[in-house]
Write a protein that binds this ligand. Structure first.
Ligand SMILES: [Zn+2]
Length: 271
């Protein structure tokens, strides 16, 4: 997962969101706000402001509109980082919106589950159907906020195995707990397809980087070589699992060949 680059809603888009937030806030109590948020969401009709916001989220995805969580499937659903069922006041908060695939946004992965960190413990605040409708316990959100935080500050990818781990040794720390919850909650290590895809991406990115460096020093037609380099750059930027590429850059000092390749073509560090 990568941090989502900041993107602002326009004044009219923000006004449309604020209108609905106000409607939710006008409900007399918390259960009323939960119902109102659900209703307002259900009543949302395709409109220009919603379409442009969807477009902004899609443009913020890595690769070719890849899901902000798994980076594997196409993102096509607005996902509330803080579930609207638990945090109705954030249902129409632009900063709370991400773009995810149906699988990640669905009940078998993220769904409406959520947790907060209280006194160095991860406390699940999810609400079962039919349970009392009360506000969740207050605490630090366990799930990382891709709109405001860089997951690479919390999570490390083992390039060879394809598994994510918390980038922290202190198992009691907020940093560790949040990283662990995020990895587990989003099933980033329990979907074997994703692990294989990350390993494949490592092979593919390494091969492309090697090709690029070879093209760079090849004694051939300059225009042809330039065209090939541009093509490799485009394929790399549009590929799925861009976190693998970012980790290759970050971890290059630990891998002799990567170190040599990036040193031979330092411009690729900006890709
Ligand atoms: Zn996904």
């Amino acid at each position: 997962m990568l941090k989502v680059e900041p993107v602002a809603a326009s004044r009219s888009e923000q006004a449309a969101l604020t209108r609905r937030t106000r409607l939710v806030g006008n409900a007399p109590d918390y259960p009323g706000r939960v119902v109102m948020a659900r209703e307002q969401w259900r009543l949302l009709k395709p409109s220009k402001w919603l379409k442009t916001l969807r477009g902004k989220l899609a443009d913020s995805c890595s690769g070719l509109e890849r899901c902000m969580y798994c980076e594997d499937s196409r993102a096509d659903e607005i996902e509330h980082r803080r579930p609207k069922k638990l945090y109705p006041d954030d249902a129409f908060s632009w900063a709370n919106w991400l773009y995810a695939c149906g699988e990640c946004n669905g009940v078998h992965v993220k769904g409406d589950r959520f947790a907060v960190i209280i006194q160095n413990r991860c406390v699940e605040v999810s609400r079962s159907d039919g349970g009392p409708v009360a506000p969740p316990q207050a605490g630090l959100d366990a799930l990382l906020d891709l709109r405001g935080e860089d997951p690479m500050d919390f999570i490390w990818l083992n390039l060879e195995s394809g598994y994510f781990t918390p980038d922290c040794d202190d198992r009691q720390s907020e940093r560790y707990l949040r990283a662990e919850w995020t990895i587990t909650h989003l099933c980033l290590n329990s979907r074997s397809r994703l692990i294989r895809a990350r390993r494949n991406a490592y092979v593919m990115f390494s091969t492309l980087l090697r090709d690029y460096v070879e093209q760079r020093s090849a004694v051939t037609d300059a225009q042809v070589a330039q065209r090939k380099r541009t093509e490799i750059s485009r394929v790399l930027k549009e590929a799925s699992h861009r976190t693998v590429w970012e980790e290759m850059k970050r971890q290059r000092a630990m891998h002799q060949e990567l170190q040599a390749l990036f040193a031979a073509a330092p411009e690729t560090l900006d890709w």
